[in-house]
Design a protein around this ligand. Structure first.
Ligand SMILES: Nc1ncnc2c1ncn2[C@@H]1O[C@H](COP(=O)(O)OP(=O)(O)OP(=O)(O)O)[C@@H](O)[C@H]1O
Length: 317
């Protein structure tokens, strides 16, 4: 990856800085604040998920990051300059939901044409290999599947060797294998210093691939933090184990009572001989179950981002 001017000057501007960003559209029903005051900094080498339901404002925000539209209020900076300047320098590029590939060109002709625009003909083979499209080189774009077209768009986005890559639902149309291959490439890129910001509807995708998740709803940031921490914000983990049959009713059982009295325990329930305990300190619950209460076949399950999402946005997907 190219050396950054920040490294040369010693000034480390964040990859992306949004300050008080708003975008208001005029609609027949009056003004609509699609983005309603977003502040955030994203550092070099981060992989960040923008997670939110339909209409949350993700695409509108991404368009402003890329300089495709201007904010109604606030500022967007990419490596310390305007988004447009960053695009011209080749510091930022994107895989967008919409936007065109020429259907009659072959895959290789497409990559070659865009490489010529960027003065990056020497990178053609490398990006085709990284995105696993060499075997499609002679295929017409119109004959490529949705997932293959996404890989081609990804190749085009890598041609300028951007320091910041923005992806709007990049794996739409890919099967599970292609999705994992895609994210493996992304991880390698991020570890080499490329910053990656992606919008997704897939809760598992944020969970599996982003170290940091920014949850967006109604044009605002609802939560922003390490993806694991966001998950932990909702209800803690569930610990389950088999117990010997209880001699009496569960409400009166002293073993269950000891679990209920543990700090942070939210619920204790029994189905047959299978006990389920939810709480913030799963280690303490597991210790008590195994050491003192004769629990067997113990399982600890972390809450999914789905539950965090529903709790924080008040709406499921
Ligand atoms: N050009 C426009 N004119 C009027 N309203 C718009 C325009 N673009 C977006 N909107 C509205 O702004 C809101 C945010 O839309 P946006 O596309 O940014 O959401 P999103 O989070 O990307 O949704 P999705 O996940 O469905 O792509 C929506 O209510 C949308 O209808």
């Amino acid at each position: 990856m190219r050396e950054s001017s920040d490294q040369m000057t010693g000034y480390a501007a964040p990859a992306l800085r949004l300050s008080g960003v708003r975008k208001v559209f005029r609609t027949s029903d009056g003004p609509l604040a699609a983005v309603d005051g977003i502040d955030l900094d994203i550092g070099t080498g981060e992989i960040v998920a923008f997670l939110g339901p339909n209409g949350a404002g993700k695409t509108t925000t991404i368009d402003m990051m890329l300089g495709l539209t201007t904010p109604t209020a606030g500022t967007v900076e990419v490596f310390g300059s305007s988004a447009q300047a960053a695009v011209i320098r080749g510091d930022i590029s994107a895989v967008l939901q919409t936007g065109g590939l020429l259907r009659d060109l072959s895959v290789r002709e497409t990559v070659t044409a865009i490489a010529a625009l960027h003065g990056a003909k020497d990178r053609i083979d490398e990006v085709m290999e990284r995105t696993d499209i060499q075997s499609l080189a002679r295929r017409r774009v119109s004959k490529c599947s949705g997932g293959e077209q996404q890989r081609l768009k990804f190749a085009l986005a890598l041609l300028p060797d951007p320091r910041l890559l923005i992806l709007d639902e990049p794996t739409a149309g890919m099967d599970v294998g292609a999705r994992h291959a895609f994210w493996d490439t992304m991880r390698q890129d991020a570890s080499a210093g490329r910053t990656v910001v992606f919008a997704t509807h897939y809760l598992e995708e944020a969970q599996d691939f982003a170290e940091r998740t920014i949850l967006i709803g109604k044009g605002r940031v609802l939560a922003d933090g390490p993806t694991a921490q966001l998950r932990a914000m909702t209800g803690g983990r569930k610990v389950s184990a088999d117990l010997d049959e209880l001699p009496g009713p569960p409400d009166a059982d002293p073993r269950l009572q000891r679990l209920r009295e543990l700090p942070g325990v939210k619920s204790v329930s029994l189905r047959g001989t299978r006990l389920e305990v939810t709480g913030s300190d799963s280690d303490a619950i597991a210790r008590l179950l195994l050491n003192d209460l004769g629990g067997r076949d113990l399982e600890i399950i972390a809450p999914t981002l789905e539950s965090a999402f529903i709790e924080l946005t008040g709406e499921g997907k």
